[in-house]
Structures are given as C-alpha cells and as structure tokens.
Design a protein. Structure first.
Length: 94
C-alpha cells in the first residue's frame, strides 16, 4: 500500500474530522493523522475501510491522476433540472 496522498481531501469533502473517520474505521485519530501526513501507511484492510467510509475507491486515495476530484468540487457538478415525477422537467419552456 502506498501513501494515502488524497486522504485529507476526501475526508474534508465528506466533512469528517480525523477523529470521526478514525472511529468509523477502527483506528486512532493519531493513525489517521499519520496516514494523511505520510508518516504511516495503513494495512490494505484499513485502506479498504477508509475508502468505504469515504465512498471512494482505494486507488483514488493514492493516485496522482488529475481530475479525480471533479465530482467533489461543487462548481463542477452539473445540476439536473427537477422533474415532476413523470419525467417532465419543472422548468417552463422559453
């Protein structure tokens, strides 16, 4: 397992503190801090729990790919018009 270079960003996107994430995963708050800072590398099992908690893939936590955070950035999420239940848009025609 590699350094979890993207852990902090995914955690903050989910609005979790290090303590909250640690409780969900079953490790100490100090361990989460060390994972984020590269001082410690989690076991594969812990990395899986972290990814599950943060609703991402383990590869997303370690990747250097560009664009993986697009879905986390509110400005890049396309807003779909609301529908009225029968698939018709609630927006009026122009």
């Amino acid at each position: 397992m590699e350094k979890l270079r993207n852990l902090r960003r995914f955690r903050k996107a989910k609005k979790l503190t290090q303590r909250e994430l640690a409780e969900c995963v079953g490790v100490s708050e100090s361990a989460i801090s060390q994972y984020e800072n590269g001082g410690k590398i989690p076991s594969f099992e812990v990395a899986l729990k972290i990814a599950e908690t943060l609703d991402c893939e383990t590869i997303d936590l370690v990747t250097t790919r560009t664009g993986i955070f697009d879905a986390l950035d509110d400005s890049s999420i396309k807003k779909e018009p609301a529908t009225n239940g029968d698939g018709q848009s609630n927006e009026s025609a122009i």
